[in-house]
Design a protein around this ligand. Structure first.
Ligand SMILES: [Zn+2]
Length: 274
């Protein structure tokens, strides 16, 4: 996801992972604490902080790893509403070309790698739950929209007896929260990110595909797609899903795309962040 680089705060910290520099803004923690406090317990703020930190880091690592595959030295920033992976201009060893030289399939793969990494993480969480004796039941609303229930109780499933996770000397409620939050973040945010709306990953993918098939008006058409899909999700968010945060976000993206169309002077713009 793309937002402007935040000002430094006293709570910022930096570290390296797989030789990729990561900077975490102090503002990053505002949203997890907000989500956690909605559950009425301070401890869930810590659960949400942990889950969001890992999920967003893994998402950006997905982008960063594929960037590196194409010879670009990446860096990651975790900021208030998420994070982004971009080119590390401070790396003197970076190869020539850079992000600006990416287009077509490589650019699509860089974009898709973020949500893909999140889906892999969700699969690992599901695998761990099953290994530990729990179960996750998946269903699809309208035949395609996934939702699930996490079962940590003892029971027989598919002819095999599962022990109860509740028997373990831990707080089941806490484990339940941890699992639910990780699946929610890694699956739903991944799907949301794949919507063809700029500046989401799906928006970058749509732009690349549409510019390839129509170099003249592909960019403009991809922005119009963002206006309609973003606006549609905003309406759905208000009237059907009752998810106002989601609605406001997509309404804002749709408006931004519309503004970009108004400003277009035929030159286009380059997306250097995921
Ligand atoms: Zn992304």
């Amino acid at each position: 996801m793309l937002l402007s680089e935040p000002p430094p705060t006293p709570l910022d910290f930096e570290f390296d992972i797989f030789r990729i520099p990561v900077r975490v803004s102090g503002l990053f923690w505002i949203l997890p604490i907000y989500f956690g406090l909605q559950d009425q317990h301070l401890i869930y703020a810590i659960v949400w902080a942990l889950v969001m930190f890992i999920a967003i880091l893994v998402h950006e690592l997905g982008h960063a790893m594929v960037m590196r595959r194409y010879g670009i030295s990446p860096r990651i920033e975790l900021i208030m509403m998420g994070g982004f992976a971009t080119e590390n201009h401070r790396d003197v060893w970076r190869s020539s070309g850079g992000l600006g030289s990416l287009s077509g399939l490589p650019k699509i793969l860089v974009s898709a790698a973020g949500p893909a990494a999140g889906f892999c993480l969700a699969a690992i969480v599901i695998g761990l739950v099953v290994l530990m004796g729990g179960w996750i039941e998946f269903q699809f609303a309208y035949g395609f929209f996934p939702y699930w229930s996490v079962e940590l109780e003892k029971g027989v499933r598919f002819g095999r007896e599962f022990p109860a996770m509740a028997d373990m000397p831990t707080n089941t409620d806490m484990i339940y929260q941890l699992i639910s939050a990780s699946l929610f973040v890694n699956i739903y945010w991944g799907i949301m990110n794949l919507m063809p709306v700029d500046p989401l990953d799906g928006g970058s993918i749509a732009r690349e595909i549409m510019m390839k098939s129509d170099p003249v008006s592909g960019l403009k058409n991809s922005l119009w797609l963002g206006v309609f899909v973003g606006g549609g999700i905003a309406v759905l968010g208000v009237f059907v899903l009752k998810a106002f945060f989601l609605a406001i976000m997509f309404a804002y993206f749709a408006f931004q795309s519309w503004q970009k169309i108004q400003r277009m002077d035929g030159k286009g713009f380059g997306g250097g962040r995921w």
